[in-house]
Design a binder for this molecule. Sequence first.
Ligand code: KDG
Length: 320
Amino acid sequence: MDVVTFGESMVLFSSDQNLPLQYIHQFNKQMAGAESNVAIGLAKLGHRVGWFSKLGDDPFGHYVLHQIRGYGIDTSRCRHTNDAPTGIYFKEQRTHGKTQVYYYRHHSAASRMHPDELDEAYLAGFKFLHVTGITAALSPDCLAFTRKAMASARKQGLKIVFDPNVRWKLWDSEEAAKQVLLELAGYADYILPGLDEGELLTGCKQPEEIASALLKPGVAGVVVKLGSEGAYYQSEQQGGYVAPFPAEEIDPVGAGDAFAAGFISGLLHGDELEQAVRKASAMGAIAVSVNGDVEGLPNEQELLHMIHHHDDEDYQNVKR
Ligand code: KDG
């Protein structure tokens, strides 16, 4: 198997009405979660993926599981519990590109993932582990679970891709987030911060400085996501900027997850870092152009078509 990831997926209620949440009277029901977004992105690109979590033994929990399983993702290690409900959240989109989320996930089923429940032997069947900093912020048990999964994956030879994915509504303080996320980054082979996250972790403002600060021994690559400015990547041997792919920003939520999926897919194909980051950027651009986290994500052929089409149009890869 190729990639395994774990984390909380929730039922998402969004609306076609561009109104403050309190005035919306019609919602669409969807499913979303950063890690399952990555899993779905990778599955759509043809990779063999596993995702697990703890879901409520409730209609929403069963809905989430069926959705993810429907993409051909292995959910065999997912658990249900009667002790807590499946998390939900609401998305308010006042104008295109301006999105607010409201979580109802405190004490949710996923926040009860316990380290004793981790199936370490299952991890051994994968090449990559993808982890986000969201899980660590859900509860002390989830933090312990995340530490154990990363340590175990490292010991068992999986490559670890870590996305800090700071969700301020989940952390008590900047200091708490920084301390935990830096610790988790220490387990990773590849670290994918956004510019703000990089600044939080390192105190540096420039992508080059952020990448250098995070590129400790054992880290194979750091990629700083720069949104509409593209991305900066760095390894021991190489570093450079990848220009953005053009995108009409409709819904930015999920762009980082699509980026991670494109990046890991590139690595699985044996791409050099730069090429993997280009795939990641293309995926991010596709994700923001569609309302919904995963609905617009491409298959392998569509992704390559987008990249080559861009090359044909004299795509300039800005390297410094
Ligand atoms: O990255 C997209 C996620 O933010 C969204 O799917 C919900 O997992 C989510 C979260 O914790 O915010």
